[in-house]
Design a protein around this ligand. Structure first.
Ligand code: GLN
Length: 560
């Protein structure tokens, strides 16, 4: 029977609740338990797919094609269970489901209310999510409740958790609360009062946490921990100090050293738990801290997207760093600055990366960066939009298709080398007008798809016989133009088996030493345990380029 750990947050958001929950899961997994994680989001959007990345950060995509909260990415990086659509749900989904039932008459004429109908629905979703785990019925499901205690919108979730723990009885559910202990510089002191208040707020609604995770910029001394314990009625050894560290992969060890997993194992009577073995995590951290070489990669994107939108990508580069023994510095380059100043600022880079993205803004700057990488033989990796723009650049400059574009940015282009499939051909050989769709959440190619790789290509040397990666995009490289592109030295190195859509492109080695574009998002499947073959190959190419760059041809730099 699955037991539940609810993780709540207090004082402020952005304290790393997702990473704390995932780290606890990693320790429990190392103790031989089957673990899964769930994220409950109190906002009303049905999913984050239509939210601006500036509002929400990265949209993480699961194997089964759900657009979810970025915390699910942390979960997959910390434990081996794969997340599915049911592992993340929102207030919007709960209400949608309850309202549908109400319309079908399933409540038999009763007045439908937050308690019990919404809270029952939340409990049903929690249990369904826990049981959807790919590795079979889990011993423990860790349920992270989004938002901060005291928010109006997270109340039904906390109430549902409280009811669930009452219904299931003792030793079936427990609560971990994450708070902030700020250091006040002018007083030279760590302050415990916000934590005291936050725990009081939880107790008011009937929840007494079994452990407190106290975030601070430094370790919390025993005196302060004792004070928190006394005022919040939580045993001293369950007041755990979580200080700032330079790598998130140090957190499992930090929590284990202070006994968090034992508190949970004892409370939930998980009698089949083995001793923890965190050697994999310590060896990762060891390798991360002792690189043998160093490269600088330029990530070119829209200024607003460059902050929280590329969590998985940045982690994937970090994993490649661990597994290649290379320190990877990431330089964030605003594509609009390249549009105004030209690509000269890229000259010192060891590799260029254009990640996924939406909308026209900044695309010409990204294309200029890609051209610079192609002409200077700098290793290039294009992900999703980054592949589409590489195709556009090549079409314009090598294949002689002047004005080539994606219909996403220019619906009237003469050469729609990237377009919706419905726009590829029309009767006169011209682009069909795009019809706006009303349901933005439902028009993308989403989730995992397996496809064969063309033998003898760079893609084959990286992936072997096939790729199985996740997608999140609408537009496709237009097969109509592929013969002209391939004549110039581009190779479509992987295609989907049924629709024959280009999945990977590269430049022939006689044209460029390392230039790869992928229509999918490889960053979603990279884990710190194994790294990812594509990112490892890319970082190795950057290292090689750096070693030989004094011989590389550096072209004349021109503006856009
Ligand atoms: N905007 C492009 C598309 O929709 C690329 C999407 C992406 O990079 N995720 O096809």
């Amino acid at each position: 029977m699955t037991k539940y750990v609810f993780v709540t947050g207090g004082v402020v958001s952005s304290l790393g609740k997702g990473i704390a929950a995932a780290s606890l899961a990693a320790i429990l997994e190392s103790r031989g338990l089957k673990v899964t994680l769930l994220k409950l989001d109190p906002y009303i959007n049905v999913d984050p797919g239509t939210m601006s990345p500036f509002q929400h950060g990265e949209v993480f995509v699961t194997e089964d094609g759900a657009e979810t909260d970025l915390d699910l990415g942390h979960y997959e990086r910390f434990i081996s269970t794969k997340m599915r659509k049911a592992n993340n749900f929102t207030t919007g989904q709960i209400y949608e489901s309850v309202i549908r039932k109400e319309r079908r008459g399933e409540y038999l004429g009763k007045t439908v209310q937050v308690i019990p109908h919404i809270t029952n629905e939340i409990q049903a979703f929690v249990e369904r999510g826990a049981q959807s785990a790919t590795s079979g019925e889990p011993d423990v499901a860790i349920v992270e409740i989004g938002g901060t205690v005291g928010d109006i919108e997270s109340l039904p979730f906390l109430e549902a958790a409280r009811q669930m723990s009452l219904r299931m009885g003792r030793h079936h559910c427990c609560f971990v609360h994450l708070t902030l202990v700020p250091y006040i510089h002018t007083a030279g002191e760590l302050k415990t009062k916000p934590t005291q208040h936050s725990v009081q707020k939880l107790r008011e609604i009937g929840i007494l946490p079994h452990a407190l995770l106290c975030r601070a910029d430094r370790p919390i001394p025993d005196d302060e921990r004792a004070k928190i314990s006394m005022f919040s009625n939580i045993p001293n050894d369950a007041v755990i100090s979580v200080w700032d560290v330079d790598s998130i992969y140090k957190i499992p060890q930090m929590l284990h050293d202070q006994g968090l997993d034992s508190i949970i194992v004892d409370e939930l009577k998980l009698t089949n738990a083995a001793p923890a073995d965190l050697s994999m995590w310590s060896s990762l951290v060891e390798r991360l801290e002792h690189p043998t070489s160093e490269v600088t990669i330029g990530m070119v994107g829209k200024y607003v997207d460059l902050t929280e939108s590329y969590k998985s990508l940045i982690e994937a580069l970090r994993h490649a760093s661990i597994h290649t023994g290379t320190k990877v510095n990431i330089e964030y380059i605003d594509s609009e600055v390249i549009e105004s100043d030209g690509p000269a600022s890229l000259a010192h880079l060891d590799a260029v990366l254009v990640p996924g993205g939406f909308g026209r803004r900044g695309t010409e700057g990204k294309i200029a960066a890609i051209r610079y990488a192609r002409e200077s033989s700098i290793p290039y990796l294009g992900i999703c939009l980054g592949m589409q723009l590489a195709v556009i650049e090549f079409a314009r400059d090598v294949a002689g298709l002047a004005g080539a574009n994606s219909t996403e940015f220019d619906a009237e282009t003469q050469h729609p080398v990237v377009a919706l499939i419905t726009e590829w051909f029309d009767r006169e050989g011209k682009v069909e007008k795009r019809t706006e769709t009303s349901d933005l959440g439902g028009t993308m190619r989403l989730g995992s798809q397996r496809c064969p790789v063309k033998p003898g290509t760079k893609a084959a040397s990286i992936y072997g016989v096939d790729v199985n990666e996740r997608h999140r995009h609408r537009y496709e490289v237009n097969n109509r133009f592929v013969p002209q592109l391939e004549a110039g030295g581009m190779v479509i190195s992987a295609r989907t088996p049924t629709e024959d859509l280009p999945e990977m492109m590269e430049l022939r080695e006689d044209v460029h030493p390392w230039f790869v574009g992928v229509q999918f998002h490889p960053e979603f499947t990279s884990t710190p345990r194994d790294g990812h073959p594509l990112f490892k190959a890319y970082v190795e190419a950057a290292r090689e380029y750096k070693a030989t760059r004094k011989h590389a041809r550096v072209p004349q730099v021109s503006g856009v």
